[in-house]
Design a binder for this molecule. Structure first.
Ligand code: ADP
Ligand code: ZN
Length: 221
């Protein structure tokens, strides 16, 4: 089972992928998480990519593709994987086609107003990377309830400190959305032409959406 989760920043790709991957016994690969980890550890790779993440620009294709190639060779990918945040350009998608066959691309859709609200409310555990959301967001029929920790600022799972990603601040968020529309959204047509797109519109929190996503993914088991 090999999936791509596609969608704008803040749509919930990371949250959904981290919930469904363990259920299906496949790996969750987030290129953004890999880069943040490398930056934190101050590795050579971390130094190379830092300025791109800070400004909301994409890391150059050659760097990302190399990282991805190595990652999907690892043992935990034998049963399959979810790519969360990769590919993000047509070039990356073409390279991916050369190295592996994808079963389906789950395109996750959410109203743009709500994306910005949701990203501003996102908090992450500094230690384990678990994603929280501190706002209660509503628009029409859509309701995204908060995913709050039991104790403010503290991760339920590991006791780590919750923080806001620097690139989740308003100015950088706008830039990331522009980058998404210009460079990543064309992938929807790219994968439509290959007959791989499965679309999911977000209308609620993970408790509502995860079963919907899981049902589609199980068709490929
Ligand atoms: P989000 O989906 O919320 O924007 P990610 O964690 O996926 O966040 O990505 C954060 C940053 O990491 C991006 O803004 C970009 O700088 C870099 N990045 C992650 N994946 C890729 C990729 N496939 N290609 C280029 N840059 C990437
Ligand atoms: Zn944690």
């Amino acid at each position: 089972m090999r999936f791509v989760f596609l969608g704008p920043p803040g749509v919930g790709k990371g949250t959904y992928a981290s919930r469904v991957a363990p259920i299906l016994g496949i790996a969750h690969i987030s290129t953004g998480d890999i880069f943040r980890e490398e930056i934190k550890k101050e590795t050579e790779l971390g130094k190379k990519v830092k300025s791109y993440l800070e400004s909301g620009q994409l890391v150059p294709d050659e760097i990302v593709i190399e990282v991805l190639k190595q990652r999907i060779e690892e043992d935990d990918c034998k049963k399959g994987f979810i790519l969360d945040g990769f590919p993000r350009t047509i070039k990356q998608a073409e390279e991916l086609d050369k190295i592996t066959k994808i079963d389906a691309v789950i395109n996750i859709v959410l109203d743009e107003d709500l994306l910005v609200k949701k990203i501003s409310a996102r908090r992450i555990c500094r230690n384990c990377g678990k994603i929280y959301n501190i706002a209660d967001i509503r628009k029409g029929e859509i309701h995204l309830p908060p995913i709050a920790p039991k104790k403010e600022g503290i991760c339920d799972d590991c006791g780590g400190e919750l923080y806001q990603r620097d690139d989740d601040k308003e100015e950088v968020v706008r830039e990331r959305l522009n980058v998404y529309y210009e460079q990543t959204a064309p992938l929807i047509d790219y994968y439509k032409n290959k007959g791989l797109i499965r679309e999911i519109t977000v209308t609620g929190g993970p408790d509502k959406m995860v079963p919907v996503i899981l049902k589609i993914m199980k068709e490929y088991e």
